[in-house]
Design a protein around this ligand. Sequence first.
Ligand code: ZN
Length: 157
Amino acid sequence: MSLDALYQEIILDHYRRPHHAGLREPYDAETRHVNPTCGDEITLRVHLSGTTAGDTVADVSYDAEGCSISQASVSVMSDLVIGKPVADAMTLHDEFLTLMQGRGAVEPDEDTLEDAVAFAGVAKFPARIKCALLGWMAWKDAVAQATRAPMSKEETA
Ligand code: ZN
């Protein structure tokens, strides 16, 4: 099996059987991101073990609609970041972003990115990069909200 075919299989596998899908409680922040060029939409919730960047990503849950790349990407991402310290997960986000912006010239690190290396080929197709990044952007946004001013959560509760 060629590398491209293997990557294709990983993406289709996550698309058909998405990991951690569905919106769950409890959560600290919820975001909704859309990718109008493709029609992808995602609502994503993040639950942290506390309220600072030093905490662990306790859960990521989501409701995604759209193309196979956008849905597979958020499934892979949730596998990667759940259970990791927020700082480590943010490093993964940055690595994935670098991979996606590398126009296919960045060599992905399989030890850290695991199944996310399957999206390396997507970087060659500018129109699909936003699909692959949608879930990661929604996650980063949600973490930013969850770690910002924990007081405001009590005020709005
Ligand atoms: Zn898409």
